[in-house]
Design a protein around this ligand. Sequence first.
Ligand SMILES: C[S@@+](CC[C@H](N)C(=O)[O-])C[C@H]1O[C@@H](n2cnc3c(N)ncnc32)[C@H](O)[C@@H]1O
Length: 198
Amino acid sequence: MTQSEIDFFDALAPLWDANEERSTPERVRSILSKIGVEKGARVLDLGTGTGVLVPFLSEMAGPDGHVTAIDLSEGMLARARSKYGSLENVEFLKLDFEEEALPGMYDLVMMYCVYPHLHAPADTFEWLFKMNLRPGGRIVVAFPSDEKFINDIHHERESESDHLPSASRLGEIFRQWGYDARILADTPDEYIVEVSAI
Ligand SMILES: C[S@@+](CC[C@H](N)C(=O)[O-])C[C@H]1O[C@@H](n2cnc3c(N)ncnc32)[C@H](O)[C@@H]1O
């Protein structure tokens, strides 16, 4: 993550929750129910932001599970910590998940509203599968919208790397990288691609 990207999210942090329209509790619950989070699961929430997924992941994983929520924007992370820092099965870490080694092994790695911000997605996926996924573990790329909505938001930034392919195209890309990929949802309100080892 570049310093200008960190500054960008730090500046957005105070307004993030007030401007959040798509990640309603109902939609987040619907998305997570399609993904399935088992009791006792160890979950990694990459790019947690203000922690929109955190209370739901915490509840679904339960007291025997654990949620590690990572972000590099101190502004975003401070908001997440202030809301959910008291949840016993949750920890927050300030790390660059594309550049730094991440502690722990996980059953589920969530990338929620994060994929277009990756700089080197193939390398990041390879590293996560090698270092941080338990046998049978999954990485899930999800959004509370379709790709058109996301690409319209990112349009003004005019960066090719910000472009989000359709769910079916992203699934093909993951298969070309040597993984199994399943489309769990592809509607105007839910985009969910699950990636696992073959
Ligand atoms: C669009 S926001 C989404 C936040 C949250 N998942 C949500 O849906 O509200 C993307 C988040 O990912 C974080 N992020 C992007 N790249 C990152 C990286 N390499 N390491 C850590 N955090 C990163 C940003 O700081 C930002 O908070």
